[in-house]
Design a binder for this molecule. Sequence first.
Ligand code: HEC
Ligand code: HEC
Length: 171
Amino acid sequence: MRRFILIGAAAALVLVAAPLAAQPVVQLPEGEGRDVVATACSQCHALTAITQLRQGEQAWRYQVYDMVLRGAQIAPSEIDGTVKYLAASFGPGVPFPGPPAAPVTLPDGAGKELVEGGCALCHGLDRVVAAKRSKGEWNGIVKRMVFFGAPLAPDQATTIAAYLDSKFGAD
Ligand code: HEC
Ligand code: HEC
């Protein structure tokens, strides 16, 4: 019951606020868990924090736990369904609304195809080549991306880190 009241309150707020601030209307895809996300995840920030992100189930689970620690009102019994909904709706490979990311041509080298296949599932390759980084930073980034859900075997991750260090190294 409380949830229906909250949705009503949120809708009223949007109606009042929209003409002033031109709030983007965020369409959440259908699915079990959608109502929980629409209500519980819109109390502190816009839903675009979620719809503009792509990550796998493990990373979404950490994100939801983090949000619960910050005060998100989700019952323990709702967490699994919320995580599954988020991973299915905003997981690796799910396209973003709007124009596609700027195309990036990578230099030839062992690992190029792996980067093209494994590093553009959650953001554009422009993000990958945005800065030169040290070998240690590349290793750390690739590890973090695997945690987020990049579907890479350990040897593929090693090849990618070496490729990025040789082409986009900081030294
Ligand atoms: C009680 C307030 C609160 C609620 C409710 C809340 N969040 Fe957050 N959320 C935050 C804060 C604060 C940050 C910024 C954290 C940081 O900068 O480290 C954040 C950041 C995020 C980010 C990161 C955005 C980015 O670009 O890095 C995501 C994703 C996110 N929240 C998802 C959710 C989801 C999913 C829910 C519902 C389960 C939720 N939030 C509910 C407070 C909240
Ligand atoms: C499963 C989703 C996913 C995949 C696949 C993915 N990334 Fe990311 N990437 C993210 C997210 C989420 C962020 C933003 C959060 C962060 O930086 O911690 C990000 C941010 C980045 C950044 C900016 C980080 C910074 O500190 O400036 C770089 C560079 C990057 N990714 C490189 C890569 C590379 C290289 C690959 C392939 C090995 C890859 N990404 C694959 C999810 C992914």
